[in-house]
Design a protein around this ligand. Structure first.
Ligand code: ADP
Ligand code: MG
Length: 221
């Protein structure tokens, strides 16, 4: 489903050149749950951002369902990302002045245009499914960290994303809440979503069918 071939990415910081990804190649099958592990600074977030098309590699190719995204126009890649991909981060990116329901609907909001009734219903169903049905009118500031993370997951569900990229989704949560988030990800995989998760917690990484380890910008496992 996703194929990365010899991906290279560097950053420059002042006079320093930091090689972050060196010839990283990997194949991800549809419906897989993959975890990416490695110490802090090893390039995990950068790899995830390249795979989710948020960052362009310097060299190498990224294929999604056999189309070469590194060759495709930005407009095509942006549309594809919106329809097929969802991203959740360690710290949820919810807008503080929108309610839980409005945050869930965010991918469908266009400047001043109303969102269709069908989509609102679907968003409400997703919130119900993840146990936030009764909190849909709250502001994010009045939710716990785990609840805020679940809103980010509801967003991925409401767009029917095919691939969910999660960057340390349990990083800011206590153990019990982290486990709840992981079980939600497993449920999403069981409903057919492909999940790619960065984590440095070994027992969460072990839930995935396959673990990939990055060390110094290279895949070691
Ligand atoms: P990880 O997620 O494994 O901690 P990252 O992919 O975030 O690693 O970062 C890998 C390396 O690249 C780190 O040394 C980091 O400081 C550097 N880096 C990441 N993003 C940038 C950036 N935008 N500009 C400069 N350096 C960066
Ligand atoms: Mg990171």
């Amino acid at each position: 489903m996703i194929s990365a071939r010899k991906i290279n990415k560097h950053y420059t910081l002042g006079a320093d050149r930091i090689e972050v990804l060196r010839d990283v190649s990997l194949e991800i099958e549809e419906g897989e749950f993959i975890s990416i592990v490695g110490r802090s600074g090893s390039g995990k977030s950068t790899l995830l951002n390249v795979l989710s098309t948020l960052v362009r590699p310097d060299k190498g190719e990224l294929y999604y369902r056999s189309s070469n995204l590194t060759d495709s126009p930005a407009a095509y890649v942006n549309t594809l990302r919106k329809s097929d991909f969802a991203v959740i981060f360690q710290f949820h990116h919810l807008l503080p002045y929108l309610t839980v329901l409005q945050n869930t609907l965010l991918p469908f909001m266009r400047m001043l245009r109303p969102v269709s009734g069908d989509i609102i219903l679907r968003a409400e169903e997703c919130l119900e499914r993840i146990g936030l049905g009764d909190k849909k009118n709250r502001l994010p500031g009045n939710l716990s960290g785990g609840e805020q993370q679940r809103v980010a997951i509801a967003r991925a569900m409401v767009t029917s994303a095919r691939v969910l990229f999660a960057d340390e989704p349990t990083g800011s949560l206590d153990k019990k809440t982290g486990e709840e988030i992981i079980s939600l990800l497993v449920e999403l995989q069981q409903s057919g979503m492909t999940i790619i998760m960065v984590t440095h917690e070994p027992h969460y990484a072990a839930i995935a069918e396959r673990q990939i380890e990055l060390s110094d910008g290279r895949l070691v496992q």
